[in-house]
Design a protein around this ligand. Structure first.
Ligand code: FES
Ligand code: MG
Length: 578
């Protein structure tokens, strides 16, 4: 039904398969919609724009999205379209247990089927909190209609007792101060209402800001999408312009597959290095590329990101916050600095190339946005490690790590799961010092399940009390994009899938050499084979989503999508419902 031409050469829109029918079914599709007060002529064949909304009071980062949608609607009406807002599963990073990541793929199915099953010609994706961006991008990609992204924008800078405090990053810092006896619980509690004081997403370069930057670097949003604060009226203007633009995109038949090319993903990977973005971008970009049928591997992150400088001085790697980033010029200014390493002819949703979009971008604050010549940090791309401990790879973010630990050999202190970790980490009898390597098992896609953000394990109090704030840590989990430290993540295969990680024992020696991209367990193959013979796979869930997820989730190096969701089914109009 898509894009077929009528004899008079006007395109027959997808939505007309519902609203254009002069029969009983057409009556039903139109009449029930009219109970919301819409006049008949809105159903005359103009582009119907679905506004895919992840608003939820349980996703506080997206709590302002119903307001934002109203501005999108203004733009859609102005451009001659008909906007219809619809909700999809909303994943709140800070509330959902065992981890919002367990439901990313589920939400993507909701998005995909909600788009395909409804009378929609084009889609606006309202995205904010960490998992809401990849789940919407993945689901929409599997439909491939004309689609434009709009992020909710970051919160204003956190302000606590005269200083800036960043989402997440400040929590990790202050909770360690409480554990080290340097901060009282009263002060810690007082900081809660100071850190998060406006609508919006985490204002550090955590996963939400990273993914908003990825959306912009991929060409999937209008310029400036990543950094305009949620409460700045320029965010509303951007929403209105986004609404106008999607109507034109439907007329131009500018589908996601025309934007999300291999070049676009290469631009995104390089941008992620330049902004010191989250390691979570790795699993999300791999999963989105998988939906588009774009070949993208873990190696691409290392190859394309290696030798990329980080030029953004933002927490958790640096000092400033997203509000500062916007005033300094936002993502267009960063992209212009690294322009020589980008595919500037990559198309974007506004109909211009990436190069055209950033041609006049300027930097207004060199403290915040540096240059490749004098970067904030050299060689900052995500490094992919290999070795007998991670035959399919593991990742580390060098810009968030301690330089003196990037090459390290130490004795393993092993935790079987996160409960085991919490039960023993504060025990003064725990045999651990700062030279040890903390190993956490069973936090991967199948093991947790859902690949939780627990990889940045808090340090033992007796190490913290020496003033030491970093140790080498290894797991098959992820870490929050707001976190930092010498933390090896996404180890594949994971422990619960029988990876070598499952076989590590207390006292084993582990070697980490980031420059050589090496992660090695100094245990002989024979001994590992003996341990493997004794290893027992953990129990698997018996019913429901957990069961479906564990049975079908792919390993981290493939993006942790479900095997049967990889690829696209397009958006052909399904058969009639009555
Ligand atoms: Fe929602 Fe950070 S927790 S954006
Ligand atoms: Mg997170």
């Amino acid at each position: 039904m898509d894009s077929k031409k009528k004899p008079d050469d006007k395109p027959v829109r997808r939505s007309q398969a519902w609203f254009g029918k002069q029969d009983r079914d057409g009556f039903m599709h139109r009449s029930w919609l009219k109970n919301q007060g819409y006049p008949h002529d809105l159903l005359d064949g103009r582009p119907v724009i679905g506004i895919c909304n992840t608003w939820s009071e349980l996703t506080p980062c997206n709590g302002h999205f119903r307001d934002l949608a109203e501005f999108v609607k203004r733009g859609v009406y102005e451009a001659g379209g008909f906007p219809l807002e619809f909700p999809v599963m909303s994943l709140g990073e800070t509330q959902m247990r065992p981890t919002a990541m367990l439901f990313r793929n589920l939400a993507s199915m909701d998005v995909e089927e909600s788009i395909r099953g409804n009378p929609i010609d084009g889609v606006v994706l309202l995205m904010g909190c960490d998992k809401t961006t990849p789940s919407l991008m993945m689901g929409a990609a599997s439909c491939d209609l004309p689609t434009i992204g709009l992020s909710g924008g970051p919160m204003l800078n956190g302000k606590f007792r005269g200083r800036d405090v960043g989402s997440g990053t400040g929590v990790w810092q202050m909770s360690e101060m409480v554990r080290a006896g340097e901060m009282t619980m009263e002060e810690f509690t007082a900081a809660e209402s100071c850190m998060h004081r406006s609508s919006g997403t985490c204002m550090t370069m955590g996963t939400a800001s990273t993914m908003a930057s990825m959306v912009e670097a991929l060409g999937m949003s209008l310029p400036e999408n990543a950094a305009i604060p949620a409460v700045d009226t320029r965010r509303h203007r951007l929403a209105q312009l986004t609404g106008r633009r999607i109507v034109e995109m439907v007329k131009e038949d500018l589908r996601m597959s025309k934007i999300l090319t291999r070049q676009a993903f290469e631009n995104a990977i390089r941008t992620n290095a330049a902004i010191g973005g989250s390691t979570n971008a790795v699993v999300h970009l791999l999963a989105i590329a998988g939906r588009m049928g774009i070949p993208l591997t873990l190696e691409d992150f290392d190859k394309l990101g290696a030798e990329m400088p980080c030029i953004l001085n933002l927490q958790p790697s640096g000092k400033y916050l997203m509000e500062d980033f916007f005033y300094a010029g936002g993502l267009p200014a960063v992209l212009r600095e690294i322009a020589s390493r980008l595919h500037l002819d990559a198309p974007t949703v506004n109909g211009k190339t990436l190069g055209e979009n950033i041609a006049n971008a300027a930097c207004y604050d060199r403290e915040v946005i540096k240059t490749p010549e004098e970067p904030f940090m050299a060689d900052a791309g995500i490094a992919v490690l290999r070795g007998n401990l991670a035959p399919n790879g593991a990742v580390i973010k060098p810009s968030a790590a301690s330089a003196h630990l990037l090459k390290h050999r130490g004795r393993a202190v092993v935790f079987e799961n996160i409960e085991d970790f919490h039960a023993r980490i504060d025990d003064p009898e725990l045999d651990v010092d700062e030279h040890c390597v903390m190993v956490l098992k069973n936090c991967g896609p199948r093991g947790y399940p859902g690949m939780a953000e627990v990889g940045n394990m808090p340090l033992p109090p007796k190490v913290l009390q020496k003033g030491i704030t970093d140790m080498v840590r290894i797991s098959d989990g992820r870490m929050s994009g707001t976190a930092y430290g010498t933390v090896v993540l996404h180890t594949s295969p994971e422990a619960a899938a029988g990876g070598t990680l499952a076989l590590v024992k207390n006292g084993d020696i582990i070697e980490l050499d980031v420059a050589a991209r090496r992660l090695h367990l100094e245990v002989s193959d024979e001994e590992l084979a003996r341990r493997r013979a004794d290893w027992q796979a953990p129990d698997v869930p018996k019913r429901g989503w957990y069961k479906l997820y564990v049975e079908h989730v792919q390993q981290a190096h493939l993006g942790a999508d479900l095997d049967f969701l990889v690829g696209s089914s397009g958006a052909a109009v399904p058969r009639e419902s009555h």
